[in-house]
Design a protein around this ligand. Structure first.
Ligand code: MLT
Length: 334
């Protein structure tokens, strides 16, 4: 009997010790609905983090901009009042200029190139972003090329584009790129885009096919042009302050889960993009393919690259990132 008592005491001491290990809540914000690859990545990340940390980190997902617009939440991640977010690179650039090297128009011709670039840049970005923006990257999602949609007319060439009220994300690279094509674009938070399309405040927008489907843009848009100027890339960022407060085994678990969840999200996006494109056409949208004068669009936008250097981390960083991207993509066939 005495022996049993000792065992019981030992067991209760052990239980007491493990109950004292600190548990953490990790809110993960994003701006998409549940049928979008962003949410698919978020859900995978939640599953993996809880598995790799034995439940010591409880990931709680808040989609559809519930916690605020992508740019607002990025500010909260910086201060640590929200732990993490998945967002479009273009919505992080104003806070974290160095990540803008992924935003140069027509820099990538395939998703494979974008993956190689994102993977090569993640380490170097994590040397820069904590100081620049109070955040670090755990994984990098890609969702295919951004395509232009509008409700007014088929855009087959740069002349058809003129006069359209097109919304762009709130960063100078997007704004200047559309200006180079002769437009005065309307920068607007992502959360406001659907109602603005519905009310006719804007005629069009640009985002990947999967987003056009998950946002039901076919209800308010009629025409699609594959302008292919930019691939949607978006990091899963975590607050540096919060990350540094964690034990190193938890940090390792987050890094592993972030990389794996990004791979999973990219694969989901690859399989859903074609399906999304077909379903938009089936639902009545007119698909024009690439503009017939695509070289004009490319020439105008590429001419801006050097003028963007200061907004994307400065000339030295742009040169370094350019070398890393060139090495990483060298063996990918065009
Ligand atoms: C935007 O256009 O602001 C983004 O692409 C929205 C998103 O994060 O999907």
């Amino acid at each position: 009997m005495k022996f049993v008592k000792v065992i019981t005491l030992g067991a209760s001491l052990l239980i007491g010790t493990s109950a004292m290990a600190e548990n953490h809540i990790m809110r993960l914000s994003h701006g998409e609905t549940e049928n979008n690859p962003t949410h698919v990545m978020a859900a995978k990340f939640e599953e993996l983090v809880e598995q790799y940390t034995d439940g010591r980190i409880d990931v709680q997902i808040f989609g559809s901009n519930q916690l605020g617009s992508e740019q607002e939440v990025a500010q909260s991640v910086r201060t640590g009042s929200i732990e993490s977010e998945i967002l479009y690179t273009g919505n992080l650039v104003p806070l974290a200029p160095s990540i803008g090297v992924m935003m140069l128009p027509y820099a990538f011709t395939s998703t494979q190139e974008a993956h190689a670039a994102m993977d090569a840049l993640q380490g170097p970005l994590n040397e820069r972003l904590p100081g620049e923006a109070g955040v670090r990257v755990l994984g990098y999602l890609e969702k295919g090329f951004r395509v232009l949609t509008n409700s007014v007319r088929e855009v087959k060439n740069i002349d058809d584009l003129q006069g359209l009220k097109i919304r762009v994300s709130k960063n100078n690279i997007a704004i200047e790129t559309f200006r180079s094509w002769g437009l005065d674009p309307i920068p607007m938070a992502w959360a406001e885009v659907f109602p603005a399309l519905q009310q006719g405040v804007i005629d069009g927008q640009e985002n990947p096919y999967t987003t056009a489907v998950s946002m039901k843009f076919n209800e308010v848009q009629d025409f699609i042009t594959e302008i292919h100027y930019l691939i949607w890339s978006g990091p899963l960022i975590v607050s540096e302050r919060w990350y540094q407060s964690l034990d190193s085994d938890l940090q390792d678990a987050l890094n592993k889960a972030g990389r794996e969840a990004a791979e999973y999200g990219r694969a989901n996006s690859a399989s859903e993009t074609e399906v999304a494109m077909k379903s938009l056409v089936e639902m009545g949208m007119t698909l024009s393919g690439a503009p017939e004068d695509e070289e004009k669009w490319q020439e105008a936008a590429r001419a801006l690259w050097t003028s963007f250097a200061d907004e994307i981390g400065g000339a030295d960083w742009v040169a370094e990132a350019g070398r890393l991207i060139a090495d990483a993509t060298a063996n990918i066939s065009k």
